[in-house]
Design a protein around this ligand. Structure first.
Ligand code: GYE
Length: 323
């Protein structure tokens, strides 16, 4: 009798586990099952990226098993382990930070499951742990932001511009490389003087906190605010106005991402420059996953083309941003 109960329990546990492996969007006989660990929902970029991954999976007939890590690396690691246990065909993930992935990616390699990096990168000595990185050239985004500032410095004729920087998530690729690209480009130009750089973690609420602190400390000494993403810029803007300053006149805001809400404020002149960072990576990811599954070679790095929007441009013909 006991043996029968044990067998029944084991059968029940297996069926529960296997049902957890079924992708919600799984078709009857999917050509490819893709496990995707999304890092969170911290910004309109991230939400737009998630929606585009879902759109592209449907378009390409790929079963998407998606997990939202809610900004925690341990949740991403656990999700990747679940994907391995579910024997997905390909794993994709957007690593919240660059370090700490070698062990779990070695487990995926051991299981014979290829890994695609989406949006951000990882630091690893073992390049065989992933097959491709699909996302922006964040260093170049920093360069483009700085080149805009230098052009404005030239046209203004000012011999000093005091700047504060609100950076993204510590140790994430976009934070590190946007910072490096920007400051490498202005290095040696004595007109650009950094007052302080503070971390806003890519969050709107933290952008507001950061600018309150910076305005309290530096006030009208601030000429330029370089913010690593629109979310923090959108948090900072109301605080700047509440402090009695006119964004776009008293202070120049330079931002990155290019979502609709920020672009609308650029058209109003409240934001001076937005470097585009598109979240629409879904098609590139699905094409790469299919190529990998079919044994075709893929590029190690795939960068979407991106543009710069300024408040001097005529953006009347710009299509809706979609994020
Ligand atoms: O700029 C920001 C998001 O990784 C490029 O993460 C992405 C960044 C983006 O939170 O809005």
């Amino acid at each position: 009798m006991k043996r029968k109960w044990y067998a029944l329990t084991a059968l029940l546990l297996c069926s529960v586990f296997l049902s957890a492996c079924r992708a919600p969007s799984q078709t009857a006989d999917p050509a490819l099952v893709l496990g995707f660990s999304q890092l969170g929902s911290e910004s309109s970029f991230r939400i737009g990226n998630t929606k585009d991954m879902e759109r592209a999976a449907k378009e390409y007939g790929i079963s998407l098993m998606m997990d939202n890590a809610n900004q925690k690396q341990e949740n991403q690691i656990n999700a990747i382990r679940r994907f391995i246990a579910c024997r997905v065909d390909v794993i994709a993930f957007s690593p919240i930070v660059e370090e700490g992935w070698d062990n779990v990616l070695a487990e995926a390699r051991q299981a014979g499951i290829p890994v695609i990096l989406v949006d951000r990168k990882i630091q690893t000595a073992d390049s065989s742990l992933y097959v491709s990185q699909i996302g922006a050239d964040f260093y170049q985004e920093g360069v483009m932001a700085a080149e805009y500032l230098l052009r404005k410095a030239d046209s203004s004729g000012k011999d000093r511009l005091h700047i504060v920087e609100i950076t993204g998530t510590e140790n994430s690729t976009p934070m590190k490389q946007r910072h490096e690209g920007f400051w490498d480009t202005v290095a040696g130009d004595g007109r650009i003087v950094l007052l302080e750089s503070v971390s806003g973690d890519f969050l709107r609420s933290r952008g507001a906190e950061c600018i309150r602190y910076l305005l309290e400390k530096y006030g009208n000494e601030i000429d330029v605010i370089f913010s690593h993403n629109d979310e923090m810029t959108l948090g900072a803007l109301p605080e700047i106005e509440a402090a009695g300053y006119t964004p776009g006149e008293d202070m120049m805001l330079i931002s990155i991402d290019g979502g609709q809400e920020a672009v609308d404020l650029l058209k109003e002149g409240k934001i001076s420059c937005i470097v585009e960072c598109t979240p629409m990576l879904g098609s590139l990811v699905m094409q790469t996953a299919q190529a990998v599954k079919e044994g075709r070679s893929v590029d190690r790095a795939i960068h979407p083309t991106e543009q710069v929007f300024t408040s001097d441009d005529d953006l009347s013909a710009l299509a809706p941003r979609g994020y």
